[in-house]
Design a protein around this ligand. Structure first.
Ligand code: TYD
Length: 154
């Protein structure tokens, strides 16, 4: 039997993702005089099954988070409040996405270096992950990331 792409991705490091695979996804928005409402559904707006949600808040001015890549974890990032920049890097090219609306999400596939910076006061970054937390899933050294990327291992 020929394995499906998702089965391959589950069992092996997915490789050759580039910044072209990063996507801004518009979420539903119900505007209402009582206050607006948006939502996300896995395998609908979020293109993976999520195992984890976490959020980053109370970021002091000038700080940056998340200088790393993942081997298996896919991410979906929403600026629930305020604004920040997500910089994605595939080893060849970089692109900056400014997230400043709670009804847009940024899909970041595996195998890309990403940093989050330029947090506004009281910003709240909500992140959904396809994997449980595992420190082994992190690539924290940029040199190692470039080597794995150029070897086609991520
Ligand atoms: P980390 O992902 O290293 O943050 P950043 O890359 O933005 O600097 O997470 C910081 C700490 O939080 C890390 O030591 C482990 C812990 N952590 C968890 O226990 N579970 C999680 O889901 C996440 C994201 C972090």
């Amino acid at each position: 039997m020929i394995p499906t792409l998702s089965a391959i991705k589950k069992n092996y490091y997915c490789c050759e993702m580039t910044i072209e695979d990063v996507k801004i996804i518009e979420l539903p928005k119900f505007t209402d005089p009582r206050g607006n409402l948006s939502f996300v559904e896995q395998l609908n707006h979020i293109p993976f099954e999520m195992k984890r949600t976490y959020w980053i808040y109370d970021v002091p001015g000038g700080e940056a988070r998340g200088g790393h890549a993942f081997k298996k974890n896919e991410e979906f990032i929403v600026a629930l409040s305020g604004a920040f920049d997500v910089i994605v890097d595939d080893g060849l090219q970089k692109k900056k996405y400014t997230l400043n609306r709670s009804y847009y999400g940024l899909y970041v596939p595996v195998g890309l270096w990403r940093e989050i910076e330029n947090f506004s006061t009281n910003s709240l970054a909500l992140e959904f992950g396809s994997e449980h937390y595992s420190k082994e899933d992190y690539i924290r050294k940029y040199d190692e990331f470039l080597k794995l990327k150029s070897d086609g291992k991520i």
